[in-house]
Ligand binder design. Structure first.
Ligand code: UD1
Ligand code: UDP
Length: 359
């Protein structure tokens, strides 16, 4: 049985790593297609190396462009690969343009499609990710949901129960698998002169924040205000770097870094006093390492973390509120919950795909 996996953006390399390993262990053949949506070494190659994901069989090298142009280039390349490879299943992850292109190309060719991290919803259709995930879920034959809330979202949209398979979250598999290596191999705390629990880690890359001047200004000024009390470390996504430069914003006082490799990132997450982010993956990683999180958005897909008190929403409108919310989160903890499974989501995904072969 042959699986064709479509990845393209940083979080997808991370999610694919445990699943690829589990597919290989189950004796399933995998063809790994990289769309080239992310291409800088720090946004792509470093994850293949650090997470032990084998190099892609094909890289379409589509690069950056508008949504339409980028997705169209991916569709052309993925369709060609699907026609040549004729996989038994196509596997897509998350909610990026690479997810959308993989899902559309597979469904038009009537190839069975499985979606990992299905059922997440922000209920905000202005987010490109929301459109991508709603479309991918609508055309998928197997919907691997990370949480019970994700299952409920799909049921409420009328998707057939037999397509929905709860697996837990593959990112939890990754967190458990790489915590030890990050602790042993990363030297980032020493390199930056940071004390455990003595700094704030921040990431910002959502279009709704970077492309809205008032929101980006509030985030930058809010982080600068925090930095007057506690060191702030900000590995900067290239999208954000471009927008900050274009607006001439000052990031003085903030430890500005290039995008980090995974082990350094996890090491910083593990010992942060607070994590402030608009990333989906980083919100969950904060919880995996039991670090309080402030989400710089109006809503989140990972509502269980907000309900349990591990995460709080702070729509970035007012710099003072951004700063005070981040500082107030330090030292807090939420309720004990375990919504993401037991760290074997990838094995459950591989087992389910393997069982499809026998049908
Ligand atoms: C994409 C996803 C988002 C995901 C994020 C993970 C979509 C619509 N968005 O957002 O859901 O959370 O990836 O990081 O798919 N750039 C570089 N080098 C790179 C990649 C990008 O410089 O290797 C710059 C380019 O200027 C590009 C911009 O970043 O235009 C945005 O990249 P893009 O992939 O379009 O969106 P992301 O913001 O990365
Ligand atoms: N990440 C990383 N280096 C960084 C920033 C993020 O390794 O400089 C990792 C992070 O630990 C998480 C994933 O990238 O596993 C999240 O990706 P991102 O925030 O780009 O996308 P999202 O999860 O919001 O789709």
């Amino acid at each position: 049985m042959k699986i064709l996996t479509v990845v393209g953006a940083r979080p997808q390399f991370i999610k694919a790593a445990p699943v690829s390993a589990a597919l290989a262990k189950a004796g399933l053949q995998e063809y790994l297609l990289h769309t080239g949506q992310h291409y800088d070494r720090a946004m792509s190659a470093v994850f293949f190396e650090e997470l032990g994901l084998r190099p892609p069989d094909l890289n379409l090298e589509v690069g950056s462009a508008s949504h339409g142009e980028q997705t169209a280039a991916m569709l052309v390349g993925i369709e060609r690969a699907l026609v040549t490879q004729r996989p038994d299943w196509v596997l897509v992850y998350g909610d990026t343009n690479s997810t959308l292109a993989g899902a559309l190309a597979a469904s038009k060719l009537h190839l069975p499609l499985a979606h990992v991290e299905a059922g997440l919803r922000s209920f905000n259709r202005r987010m490109p990710e929301e459109i991508n995930r709603v479309v991918a879920d609508a055309v998928a034959d197997l919907l691997f949901v990370p949480t019970e809330i994700a299952r409920r979202n799909l049921q409420q949209e009328g998707l057939p129960a037999e397509r929905i398979v709860w697996t837990g979250d593959v990112m939890y598999d990754v967190a458990l698998g790489f915590r030890g290596a990050a602790g042993e191999r990363s030297r980032i705390l020493d390199r930056l002169g940071l004390a455990p629990s003595g700094y704030v880690l921040a990431t910002v890359h959502r279009a709704e924040n970077t492309d809205e001047p008032a929101r980006l200004d509030a985030i930058v000024a809010g982080l600068a205000a925090v930095a007057r009390k506690l060191p702030v470390v900000l590995p900067l996504h290239p999208r954000t770097r471009g927008c900050v430069q274009a607006r001439g914003l000052s990031l003085e006082g903030i430890h500005l870094l290039e995008p980090l490799g995974f082990l350094d990132m996890v090491r910083l997450e593990m010992s942060a006093a607070v994590i402030a982010t608009d990333s989906g993956g980083v919100q969950k990683e904060a919880f995996f390492h039991r670090v309080p999180c402030v989400t710089l958005r109006d809503e989140t897909e990972w509502v269980e973390l907000v309900e349990a008190g591990w995460n709080r929403l702070c729509p970035p409108r007012d710099p003072e509120l951004v700063a005070s919310t981040i500082l107030a989160a330090a030292g807090t903890a939420g309720q004990p919950i375990a919504p993401y499974g037991d760290g074997h989501a990838a094995d459950l995904i591989a087992a389910r795909l393997q069982s499809q072969a026998a049908r």
